[in-house]
Write a protein that binds this ligand. Structure first.
Ligand code: MG
Length: 362
């Protein structure tokens, strides 16, 4: 029986984890359940799974010291910069981390990698693209690949003219064509910021150079990513878009258990691969550039993005102004070294302030 400490249990990925556990009670149990705000959701899960620890971070309640003490796997499914503190705490407790929080590696890649090495703790990717690469490498995070190719659905505005993007609404943006996800990551998928994040994550997860990592639009979301080798061979992982597969595999690997429908190749139809429209979606380039510059730049990128996306969802700024807000923060805030959590938290706070000033003028 694998004991899981699930952080972010009421969010989109968290609910996927709960679903996997519910259907495999002979394999999994929860030692701890934690959420950000949804106390009611947490209480319902508590009643169902009776974890040893349940924790709601609402109103600044401090993280219980023994949050990860009794688990075999820490599943970090909380969204946003806040997830980094949980990832670091789990690694310091020497636990295997199933990582669905993007910001941990985007913002804190250097720190997280160092802590994982020091603790001898393993990080297993949950994001569909990074899980695909993990699987194509034979369920390892190393291999002699020449390139990693991340696939992107392209989001709901792939074919929209650039001029029309200023008029798209939050509601249209939240209508993702293939994946069902939380609001922040759905907007990030539409701006392609999310794909830029995934390039940075791939660098840290697979020790790749930025020049070795590419992104390509694949509207059907059947091929989840591709690993290319120097002899010209390429290995891809395919499946219907269903997050339960990478969620379950992060818990059970190297073993596989039944989870999602089998691909029906006779009815699958054509699969397409197209260049990423970088000009139309500047967030992608901003993210990759921040990743290349390193230090606290990705923390600034992310802090500004979290504020900008909230403002867009609230109707305070337009879709193209998300990128403008991020770019403004990246220009204003000087790069510093990302040596400590404190340095990252400071860059995050500066970025949030710069973004709020850019948007609201105060
Ligand atoms: Mg993804």
């Amino acid at each position: 029986m694998l004991k899981i400490a699930l952080i972010g249990c009421t969010g989109s990925i968290g609910r996927g984890v709960v679903d996997v556990v519910r259907r495999n009670r002979d394999l999994f149990s929860f030692s701890a359940l934690a959420c950000g705000n949804d106390e009611e959701g947490l209480r319902a899960l508590e009643g169902e799974f009776a974890p040893k620890i349940s924790y709601c971070a609402k109103n600044g309640a401090p993280m219980p010291e023994d949050l990860f003490a009794d688990c075999d796997v820490a599943f970090i499914a909380a969204g946003g910069f806040i997830g980094l503190s949980y990832t670091l705490a789990a690694l310091r407790a020497k636990k295997r981390v199933a990582l669905a929080n993007k910001e941990s590696l985007v913002v804190g890649g250097q720190l997280v990698t160092r802590e994982a090495e020091a603790a001898g703790a393993e990080i297993v990717p949950v994001d569909s693209e990074h899980s695909a690469i993990f699987q194509a490498l034979g369920m390892r995070r190393e291999g002699k690949f020449s390139r990693l190719v991340l696939t992107a659905s392209g989001g709901p505005f792939l074919h929209m003219e650039k001029e029309k993007l200023a008029r798209v609404t939050a509601k249209e943006t939240l209508r993702h064509p293939t994946w069902k996800m939380g609001a922040k990551v759905t907007v990030d998928s539409a701006t392609l910021l999310n794909k830029g994040y995934e390039i940075i994550e791939a660098k840290w997860l697979y020790g790749a150079q930025f020049g070795q990592i590419e992104a390509v639009v694949h509207p059907e979301s059947i091929v989840h990513s591709i690993v290319c080798f120097e002899d010209g061979a390429a290995i891809a992982q395919l499946g219907y878009p269903d997050m339960r597969v990478p969620i379950q595999l992060a818990l059970t690997y190297p073993e596989r258990f039944p989870c999602a429908p089998q691909l029906d190749f006779e009815r699958l139809g054509a699969l397409h691969f197209l260049p990423l429209p970088r000009d139309k979606f500047p967030c992608f380039g901003l993210a990759v550039e921040a990743g290349r510059r390193g230090g606290t730049c990705p923390a600034v990128l992310n802090g500004a993005a979290e504020v900008a996306v909230q403002a867009f969802l609230a109707g305070s700024i337009t879709f193209p102004q998300i990128a403008e807000t991020i770019e403004d923060a990246l220009c204003r805030i000087p790069r510093a070294e990302a040596e400590s959590y404190a340095a990252l938290a400071e860059a995050d706070a500066l970025a949030r302030r710069a973004a709020a000033t850019h948007i609201y003028g105060k």
